[in-house]
Design a protein around this ligand. Structure first.
Ligand SMILES: Cc1cc2nc3c(=O)[nH]c(=O)nc-3n(C[C@H](O)[C@H](O)[C@H](O)COP(=O)(O)OP(=O)(O)OC[C@H]3O[C@@H](n4cnc5c(N)ncnc54)[C@H](O)[C@@H]3O)c2cc1C
Length: 257
């Protein structure tokens, strides 16, 4: 049973599975030296044989306390010479998620070509009777921006105006649904009946990507320039990835790619 996290009205994200880990990323990076994962934290290893590693302390004469592998991870992501990040080890981990969202969010999402997708087909199955209806709060920041042609900004609608906008949206979507069901009832093929549905229609998909490509997706879609709705999904996804790849994602959260 997937654990669904609500995102926007009628939308959710659920983690299906992850693969790899922060440790596997280190192992992959160490293929160059064939040393594998050595451990996190300071003093995980000591090169001096005369006493045990837990007795080692930085600055004690004769002791060589080895850096933890977080240093290597950090250097992969943020090379000390300001060079480009060493990205391929971050492709050794990844996640599959299930997403329920309006079609207009998927239109934006599917531009990301480095993910793999499977979406429910409205040719095979009747679309779920679910629409995205923006909340009052969303509509109150939903006025067409004057400075950015593809953005919205704070509005000064009255409560009555907001209620009317919501009603108009609902009526239009409901009208589409009614025609859709009428056409299905007349045995029109689902692939034709679906053409009346608006982009507020809810759909569902699974998406898979490696961690590097999820990071690239988050960089673009957590940014304030991205539409508010897809940003909500990106933010929840960012939390899921941070729980599963805490060390790599801490580096990303501090300094997006
Ligand atoms: C705020 C915002 C506004 C946008 N507005 C518009 C818009 O008005 N109209 C519109 O059409 N799109 C728009 N987009 C979509 C945008 O142009 C990209 O298609 C989308 O963000 C995916 O980015 P990407 O190509 O980097 O991602 P991915 O497809 O995931 O690719 C990741 C990286 O892989 C490399 N790559 C992948 N495939 C190729 C390839 N075939 N050739 C070369 N390199 C490749 C590139 O380095 C790329 O950056 C917008 C996106 C954002 C975030």
């Amino acid at each position: 049973m997937l654990q669904k996290i609500d995102v926007i009205n009628n939308g959710y994200i659920a983690l299906v599975e992850t693969w790899g880990s922060d440790e596997r990323i280190i192992e992959a990076a160490r293929m160059s030296t064939d040393k594998g994962f050595l451990g996190w934290g300071e003093g995980t290893d000591c090169f001096r044989n005369s006493h045990s590693p837990d007795k080692c302390k930085r600055g004690t004469p004769g002791c060589r306390v080895k850096h933890g592998d977080e240093v290597l991870l950090s250097r992969l992501y943020n090379p000390p010479d300001d060079g480009p990040p060493h990205t391929s080890p971050f492709e050794m981990a990844g996640a599959v998620i299930e997403v329920q969202a309006p079609i207009f969010v998927f239109r934006e999402w599917h531009r990301h070509r480095t993910q793999s997708y499977n979406e429910l087909s409205a040719r095979y199955t009747v679309l779920p009777d679910l629409f995205y209806l923006p909340s009052v709060e969303r509509l109150m920041m939903g006025k067409q921006s004057k400075t950015n042609k593809q953005s919205s900004e704070a509005a000064t609608y009255t409560q009555a105006e907001i209620a009317d906008i919501q009603q108009q949206l609902w009526d239009a979507m409901q009208k589409s649904r009614d025609v859709y069901e009428l056409l299905i009832g007349k045995d029109l093929a689902r692939e034709l009946a679906r053409i009346v549905m608006p982009v507020g229609q809810i759909s569902r998909m699974r998406a898979s990507a490696n961690l590097l490509n999820w990071m690239r997706f988050l960089t673009l879609r957590q940014n304030v320039g991205a539409q508010w709705e897809i940003r909500q999904y990106a933010n929840v996804l960012g939390q899921i990835l941070t729980e599963n790849f805490p060390r790599s994602m801490a580096l990303f959260n501090e300094n997006p790619l």
